[in-house]
Ligand binder design. Structure first.
Ligand SMILES: [Zn+2]
Ligand SMILES: [Zn+2]
Ligand SMILES: [Zn+2]
Ligand SMILES: [Zn+2]
Ligand SMILES: [Zn+2]
Ligand SMILES: [Zn+2]
Length: 498
């Protein structure tokens, strides 16, 4: 069972997925058809050259050609009028710059991938040549960046920690200090916010509309400032009018509208906290429809990556961003590429093993170190698909037994009877003793909670836990490994203090 808090957390850390799930495929097709209908209208109106058409033409390509491999722009698939002068990869004028990345030492390289549409799979990314380990695959910049959905009050300029004393004079949202406040005021005066990366103008205008002046009462770490949940949504929506090229790139991402509507509690929570808040209290109803706002929420939930610049990590704050090209990469629990986000928010994706030409390039949205049971449930809850990779389909987790229990009767390994998420029984592989799923899950969650409630330096408590759980969990169990590490750190701190 995933509790509410955990799930909310997960909503924050969402990364996209392009899924193999049939249901989602059908939903996408439906939405594509809707968008196509709109596109026909646009074409009739003779606006074929607009940037927004790019996204719809990609979609058309999918329907008309079935497959987009090896034709058209490497990123959007439309018939490209330009190509890379160095390697000949086809790229439309909007996406040509996306084909180059900058390696260490300022060397410009041609990036080795193209986006394809595969029937029954969706959009995914293939290697266009052999790629060596650590080679750069993608460099992406965020098109939207802002506070998390459920966050404490943070600086609306830099997302750093605030103490509540430096307030925006227009809207009452907070800055971390005079430097951030000044850079915002300056950008207002010389109208330079678009070029200097100062982002606050969008929500400042909206929050200034509130009749009862907005006020953050408690800035303590861990205290949620609910109004902040609307900021990134608003920043995303504002691209519609301010940055049509970026807006077009967002239109082809998944928003999982249909699946989200089924989660009634969450849907209603977003309706009140964001949709109604923006449309009624911030008076944005003329500007953004309910549907548009829910779409923006879905795009953020499904596609946003966590951003934690070095100073934010030190201050314990974080935010989220959408990297639109990165969003095309699918998840695998045995992925072949890994990403890092640099201090300037640029994302570098690199190969971690040799990748052959034509092979799919995959990333990991969530670490496999937490074991199958926990990871697969989290994937299902956050990104709304069931992972079908080899690791997820194998109850022994490729022979590692990182989620296995010990049989109370014979000390054999106890594993789920099948890899189905609905499996209700665990079984000892030696004596066939059965343990109900609920009992197994309770062992994990009880230990997790106890560890959460234990002081970092409580060596005796960790030793006792280790002793107790060595008798219950398989020696390779991820929680035992974690417990070992925590005990090591606790001992070190204890020795330093005494
Ligand atoms: Zn393109
Ligand atoms: Zn090239
Ligand atoms: Zn700041
Ligand atoms: Zn403001
Ligand atoms: Zn998997
Ligand atoms: Zn047994």
């Amino acid at each position: 069972m995933v509790g509410k808090n955990m799930k909310n957390n997960k909503v924050e850390t969402g990364k996209n997925e392009e899924t193999t799930d049939k249901r989602i495929e059908e939903t996408t097709d439906k939405r594509i058809e809707e968008r196509l209908t709109n596109e026909d209208d646009i074409c009739k109106n003779g606006k074929q050259e607009t940037v927004e058409n790019v996204s719809v033409q990609i979609v058309k390509g999918k329907i008309e050609n079935g497959l987009l491999d090896n034709s058209g722009c490497f990123l959007c698939g439309i018939k490209a009028e330009t190509s890379c002068p160095r390697c000949g990869v086809e790229a439309c004028s909007i996406h040509l710059s996306q084909h180059n990345g900058v390696q260490e030492g300022d060397e410009v390289v041609c990036l080795p991938f193209r986006v394809v549409w595969r029937e029954n799979v969706g959009r995914c990314v293939l290697a266009t040549r052999d790629i060596q380990p650590l080679e750069l695959i993608l460099q992406d910049k965020p098109v939207v960046l802002g506070p998390n959905y459920e966050t404490e009050a943070v600086c609306v300029n830099c997302l750093g920690r605030v103490d509540g004393t430096c307030i925006c004079e227009h809207c009452n949202l907070l800055f971390c200090g005079e430097t951030c406040k000044k850079s915002y005021e300056t950008s207002l005066q010389d109208n330079s916010s678009a070029t200097t990366g100062v982002l606050h103008a969008t929500e400042c205008a909206a929050f200034s509309q509130m009749e009862k002046k907005f006020c953050v009462e408690n800035v303590a770490p861990g205290t949620v400032a609910y109004e902040y949940g609307s900021i990134t949504v608003l920043r995303l929506l504002s691209l519609r009018d301010s940055a049509p090229a970026e807006w077009a790139r967002l239109q082809v991402l998944m928003d999982h509208d249909e699946e989200r509507r089924k989660e009634e509690v969450y849907w209603n929570m977003f309706q009140v906290n964001i949709v109604d808040f923006l449309r009624k209290r911030c008076k944005q109803a003329d500007k953004y429809s309910e549907e548009e706002i829910h779409w923006a929420i879905g795009i953020l939930r499904t596609n946003a990556a966590n951003v934690e610049r070095p100073y934010m990590a030190r201050q314990g704050t974080s935010g989220k961003a959408i990297y639109p090209t990165f969003s095309f990469f699918s998840h695998s629990c045995i992925c072949n590429a890994r990403y890092i986000i640099r201090p300037d928010d640029t994302m570098d994706l690199r190969a971690q093993v040799p990748i052959r030409q034509g092979e799919e390039i995959t990333i990991q949205y969530i670490s496999f170190l937490f074991g199958n049971v926990r990871r697969r449930t989290d994937i299902k809850n956050c990104w709304l698909f069931e992972c079908q990779c080899v690791r997820c389909q194998d109850v022994t987790e490729l022979g590692t037994f990182v989620s296995a229990l010990l049989c109370p009767k014979c000390e054999g390994s106890v594993l789920p009877k099948s890899s189905s998420l609905d499996e209700s029984e665990w079984e000892c592989i030696k004596c066939k003793n059965i343990i109900p799923d609920s009992e197994a899950i309770q062992i994990f969650s009880k230990l997790e909670k106890t560890m959460f409630d234990t002081f970092d330096t409580d060596v005796a408590k960790y030793e006792a836990l280790l002793e107790e759980y060595r008798k219950i969990l398989h020696p390779n169990h991820f929680q035992l490994i974690n417990l070992d590490l925590v005990l090591e750190v606790a001992t070190e701190i204890y020795l330093q203090i005494s």
